[in-house]
Design a protein around this ligand. Structure first.
Ligand SMILES: *Cc1c(COP(=O)(O)O)cnc(C)c1O
Length: 352
């Protein structure tokens, strides 16, 4: 009997993929399966997406790419955030495609390997920050297959940063002829920034059923997607407390009245944010019930006074319909991405 586990619906991920595909029409979709597919299980997710017809997948590191190749994935694999040196022989042996982030790396590419060049158009993170002439000169005559950039603020319609980034990038690509041009993650797809879709988009979050909220009015809300992951844990112990009892590390919570509590088998080592201490909720017996006191490493205490029939071995839902990763993220002062990616590998995964 599992103590804490996630249930992942590959059908739901496939449906989310098709929703993206229908939205962008003729534009090619490169699903982002980095970070173990945002903890949904990169191998299973990638295999399912290949059945749906994808020809490109994006990962962060060489080791993520090597693992997918060894698990039999046949798509092109774009490594978005690693060094050229990290690939060494793997670029060829595992047919990985590097994203390069500086012009001097172009000359160091192994023979026969094509590359995508990332341009820092104003986010000041990965990518080349150089004058267009220098970039045009450096890529001429080299096996460049794609050119890309990434937006810092694509859900923020009160900011001019995206428009500035687009202008910087457009100025460069107007002087180049490259097979793939790609700028868009989930938000520029969802919010209908069609001029940024070019001929390839890189959605991650949307495949897993989420879109960020916009800041300010967005031009459109195009994607209809739904979460694919439910996170559950079992009740390990139930007990009744008298008024005045102090609950958990630090005595952060005191029972004001007699309470029935349940100790649930998931804690911050499983990825339940410690910031949910005394403020988060879980779904128990079909109701939202509060977390009492500190989330500890392996267990979390909840108030089941309103659902007193619950007993040892019953399951509670940490994430699922009625309590999604965005709601948990709000309560924990973090973001849905971090909630999903934070689910620890000791939490078993079941595909449903
Ligand atoms: C993670 C990532 C994406 C996917 O972003 P989502 O917001 O999850 O769609 C796309 N491009 C790059 C460069 C990324 O790092």
């Amino acid at each position: 009997m599992l103590r804490s586990w996630v249930e992942v619906s590959l059908d739901r991920i496939a449906a989310n993929y098709r929703a993206v595909k229908e939205t962008v029409g003729a534009v090619e979709v490169m699903p982002v399966v980095k970070a173990d597919a945002y903890r949904h299980g990169a191998s299973a997710v990638a295999h399912r997406l290949e059945e749906e017809g994808v020809r490109w997948l994006a990962v962060s590191s060489v080791s993520e790419g090597v693992r997918l190749r060894e698990e039999g994935l046949r798509s092109r694999l774009l490594v978005m955030a690693d060094t050229l040196a990290a690939g060494a022989d793997a670029w060829r042996s595992h047919r990985l495609t590097p994203v390069l982030h500086r012009l001097e790396d172009i000359q160091r590419l192994p023979a026969g390997i094509s590359y995508h060049l990332k341009v820092d158009s104003g986010m000041s993170r990965l990518g080349v920050r150089a004058e267009p002439e220098a970039i045009v000169r450096a890529v001429r005559g080299t096996p460049i297959e794609g050119i890309m950039t990434h937006f810092a603020s694509s859900a923020n319609f009160q900011s001019g940063q995206t428009a500035d980034q687009v202008a910087t990038f457009e100025e460069l690509i107007s002087r180049l002829s490259v097979e793939y041009i790609h700028l868009s993650s989930t938000s520029p797809i969802h919010f209908g920034l069609k001029t940024t879709w070019r001929n390839l988009v890189r959605p991650g979050l949307a495949l897993y059923g989420y879109v960020s909220a916009s800041r300010g009015p967005a031009p459109a809300h195009l994607l209809k997607v739904a979460p694919a992951l439910t996170w559950k844990a079992r009740i390990l112990l139930v007990k009744d407390l008298p008024a005045g009892a102090r609950i958990g590390y630090g005595g952060l919570c005191t029972a004001e009245t007699p309470l029935r509590i349940a100790i649930v088998g998931a804690g911050y080592a499983d990825g339940l944010p410690h910031r949910l201490s005394n403020r988060g909720q879980v779904l128990a017996g079909g109701q939202l019930v509060p977390i009492l006191g500190a989330v500890s490493m392996d267990v979390t205490t909840i108030d089941i006074s309103s659902v007193p029939h619950l007993d040892i071995g019953d399951e509670v839902t940490l994430l699922g319909p009625g309590l999604d990763a965005q709601a948990m993220a709000r309560a924990a002062s973090t973001i849905a991405y971090a909630v999903l990616c934070g689910i620890n590998s000791r939490v078993s995964r079941v595909f449903v």
